[in-house]
Design a protein around this ligand. Structure first.
Ligand code: SAH
Length: 215
């Protein structure tokens, strides 16, 4: 699963260039028996299995420099671009990303290690691995020298500009009878900037008014 999809594109190239790295620990290596069990039934009853504290504790203790430990969970605050900026602000930072399976993990592990819970949205995944990849991808792409196009490339993105992005166009200038907005072909930077800002404001107001209130 790792680096999985993170081995492609700008984030994959950053991995090859050593801008970030990732050590994968298989929790099953810390299983309590030869069957590789890492989970057990819930105290108090109910459907679904829970990942055991003793197994996770041993797995976490095997990490020399865990840094901040993050457990991906629907119960955490939802990751947003502001948080992404904060997580990636220190390029030397180390994070331990704990990926849950089954119903989740024993609460005592969260309490014992002071683990930060983090969600990637209001829906339920079957495992935390995809959430961890969302975290890594979004954090790595804002790090220095990852995107081509310099600082502008990341700073011009939706959420970074205080709203959603304006419509994008490239060649051909006419496609199936649809023309690119004239202003973009004018070469007039002031007008282009104004048009983009106005489009961005309109789209944000229509689709995500909550982003405007947040400002
Ligand atoms: N019983 C849990 C859901 C477990 S889903 C509940 O009701 O809250 C199994 C695992 O997938 C979780 O342990 C977590 O690591 C991961 N996961 C599921 N949905 C997620 C989300 N929205 N954000 C981050 N991780 C999630």
């Amino acid at each position: 699963m790792f680096p999985g999809t993170l081995s492609g594109g700008v984030v994959g190239r950053a991995l090859e260039r050593g801008i970030w790295s990732c050590d994968v620990i298989n929790i099953r290596d810390f299983a309590i028996n030869n069957y590789g069990s890492v989970d057990d039934t819930q105290f108090g009853g109910g459907a679904g299995m829970v990942m055991r504290a003793d197994v996770l504790g041993a797995a976490l203790d095997s990490i020399q420099n865990p840094g901040k430990i993050i457990y991906f969970s629907p119960r955490g605050p939802t990751l947003n671009q502001h948080m992404v900026r904060e997580f990636s602000a220190n390029s030397d930072a180390t994070y331990t990303l704990l990926c849950g399976r089954y119903e989740g993990i024993d609460q005592r592990v969260i309490d014992e290690y002071g683990i930060l819970e983090l969600s990637i949205g209001d829906y339920i995944l079957s495992g935390g691995e995809i959430a961890a990849q969302v975290f890594i991808d979004s954090c790595v792409r804002v790090m220095d020298n990852v995107l081509g196009g310099g600082v502008d490339a990341a700073a011009n993105e939706s959420f970074e500009i205080g709203g959603l992005e304006w419509p994008l166009y490239t060649r051909p200038s006419v496609w199936r009878g649809r023309s690119v907005p004239e202003v973009l072909l004018s070469g007039h930077h002031g007008n282009i900037e104004r048009w983009r800002k106005q489009q961005s404001d309109e789209i944000t107001k229509e689709r995500r008014p909550d982003l405007i209130k947040e400002k």
